[in-house]
Design a protein around this ligand. Structure first.
Ligand code: ADP
Length: 301
């Protein structure tokens, strides 16, 4: 069963059409990524799911409910990451968690969340004295305090150092393992590759691709690169004609072949048939980073 079902969503701010026709669905228990360049409409789409914004057209269902009409019923079942401005600076960490726990019928034990998110030593620290990473972790803990079935996390590791990001990934996996469906808005491709079961790429108000990270890489046609140095002359035209090969370059005797699908097997097959021995063989599979750039590449105006 889909936990979130978005169909034909449209939204304009004044004359600016921000969402053109956005449709996606999120299955129960998955970590779903929403990717896209700044201004693509990610936050607007998520806010429509959270019931914070009214779309001009289209339907949104979260746990089978309409986020605007059924707001009261949905609120205790959904976790939303707060924005910085929504917490008072003088509020202590423990007080914030206790306060938010009181809003929910079936909250988590906030002391347990403190431990889980590495904030136990900060229980009496005022919000405005926390480091960027500690604030971020507090926001995530607050999103989870109500024991939600769905959690919306927006740019959750932006303020964290590399270790903090890895630790957060582990915790997101733990949240997922507990059965919480997670919608993750992210700019970081490594994060999406590491965490998301599926992701949608939003660009210019439209979903340009949806799938597992591996499917997105395959669909973008970015494939990979095979580089080597042949020990005998090799006809580059024959390499270029192989199935799946999209580009061949030679520089200082080194050949780089770019392609998709089984292109690497085709290349090594040709080398074997020709009896050409190669040295310095390197293969690089393109990452979600490459796929993302290919999917959202605009011709510069
Ligand atoms: P993203 O999260 O992908 O960066 P947003 O949904 O925040 O995208 O914003 C999409 C576009 O809509 C941006 O150009 C932004 O400036 C504009 N926008 C966002 N909120 C408002 C608003 N309340 N009023 C007018 N324009 C807005």
């Amino acid at each position: 069963m889909a936990v979130i079902e978005v169909a034909g969503l449209r939204k304009a701010y004044g004359r600016r059409q921000v969402l053109e026709d956005v449709s996606f669905s999120v299955q129960r228990g998955e970590v779903f990524g929403l990717l896209g360049p700044n201004g693509a409409g990610k936050t607007t789409a998520v806010e429509c799911c959270e019931g914070l914004r009214r779309a001009d057209a289209g339907t949104v269902r979260v746990l089978g409910l309409d986020p605007l009409r059924d707001r009261a019923a949905l609120r205790p079942r959904v976790g939303i990451q707060l924005q910085q401005a929504q917490l008072q600076g003088a509020l202590r960490v423990g007080e914030a968690l206790e306060l938010y726990a009181a809003f929910y019928p079936n909250p988590r034990d906030w002391r347990e969340l403190l431990d889980e998110w590495g904030l136990a030593d900060q229980v009496r620290t005022p919000f405005d004295k926390l480091s960027g990473g500690q604030k971020q972790r507090l926001f995530i803990a607050l999103a989870l305090i109500g024991n939600p079935e769905v959690a919306f996390l927006d740019e959750l590791t932006t303020a964290l150092d590399p270790q903090g990001r890895r630790d957060t990934w582990e915790l997101i996996r733990r949240i997922r393992d507990e059965g919480v469906t997670v919608v993750l808005v992210s700019h970081f491709m490594d994060e999406v590759e590491a965490l998301c079961d599926r992701a949608a790429v939003l660009d210019g108000g439209r979903i340009v691709a949806t799938g597992t990270p591996a499917e997105l890489i395959a669909r973008s046609g970015t494939g990979g690169t095979l580089g080597f140095r042949p020990t005998a002359p090799l006809d580059l035209g024959r390499l270029a004609a192989l199935r799946g090969v999209t580009g061949v370059e030679e520089r200082d005797g080194r050949i780089e072949v770019t392609g998709t699908g089984d292109f690497a097997d085709e290349v090594t097959g040709l080398l074997a048939r020709e009896g050409i021995v190669v040295t310095g063989l390197r293969i690089r599979e393109h990452s979600l980073d490459d796929a993302y750039l290919a999917l959202t590449r605009h011709d510069a105006a």
